[in-house]
Design a protein around this ligand. Structure first.
Ligand SMILES: CCCCCCCCCCCC(=O)SCCNC(=O)CCNC(=O)[C@H](O)C(C)(C)COP(=O)(O)OP(=O)(O)OC[C@H]1O[C@@H](n2cnc3c(N)ncnc32)[C@H](O)[C@@H]1OP(=O)(O)O
Length: 187
């Protein structure tokens, strides 16, 4: 998880969303950010200065593990999704290679988790990044945190590996093609 020698500091893309701008969902059926998943996380992410994003996630009943508490896997998903949105700041598509999570405090149902993620370094296709999830407000105590390595991929990664029905539907959807174009890839 430590950037190797030769890793460079991340460079915010000149056409990255402006600080404060909401970064829309990359896919309606994404469990992390899509509006088409009734029990999804419905994460709304905002661009920030530098190569950083923030997001908020309200824990719902469907997200429980222990009674009244968020499931750890769901919290990892919230961290993963927020980290994934950092691709918009670099204008690349990247998938999670490794995600290491620390759980510091239990997170009750109905809590708003304030997520904050940033890229620390880039080495070739590897993007080293980190995220925190705070409770009780954006300056509250850290309940969960993660370090991650994301790997840059091309759109073919999804076209070649995704189930055909969903891929065909996405390729036929002009809005979805626009999302892919915005990430400077040729769908
Ligand atoms: C339309 C908009 C959609 C936008 C879609 C955005 C979706 C975001 C959703 C949230 C994020 C997710 O959950 S994404 C879903 C979860 N993740 C996945 O499904 C990924 C599954 N894994 C894979 O497909 C593959 O293993 C890849 C793509 C990660 C890597 O395979 P590859 O392309 O063949 O690359 P490979 O040569 O192996 O590795 C390239 C470099 O990365 C390093 N590397 C590879 N794996 C790891 C790893 N686990 N941990 C550390 N480092 C790693 C290698 O050492 C190498 O370093 P060096 O030799 O160059 O130094």
């Amino acid at each position: 998880m430590t950037p190797p020698a030769g890793a460079r500091p991340p460079v915010r893309h000149p056409e990255a969303p402006a600080p404060g701008e909401i970064i829309g969902s990359h896919y309606e059926h994404c469990f992390g950010c899509g509006g088409g998943q009734p029990h999804g996380l419905h994460l709304e992410t905002r661009a920030r200065e530098g190569v950083r994003v923030t997001a908020e996630f309200r824990v719902k009943e469907a997200h429980q593990g222990a009674p009244g508490l968020a499931h750890g896997g769901v919290l990892a998903t919230a961290l993963d999704e927020t980290l994934g949105a950092l691709g918009w700041m670099l204008r690349v598509i990247a998938v999670t290679g490794r995600l290491e999570t620390d759980y510091l405090r239990p997170v009750p149902v109905d809590t708003v988790l304030h997520l904050d993620a940033e890229v620390l370094a880039v080495h070739g296709r590897k993007i080293y990044c980190t995220a925190t999830g705070r409770i009780g407000g954006p300056e509250g105590p850290v309940a969960v945190r993660a370090d991650a390595v994301f790997i840059e991929v091309k759109i073919d990664h999804f076209i070649e590996n995704g189930r055909s029905a969903e891929i065909q539907a996405v390729l036929a959807d002009p809005d979805q093609v626009k999302v892919a174009r915005a990430l400077e890839v040729n769908p």
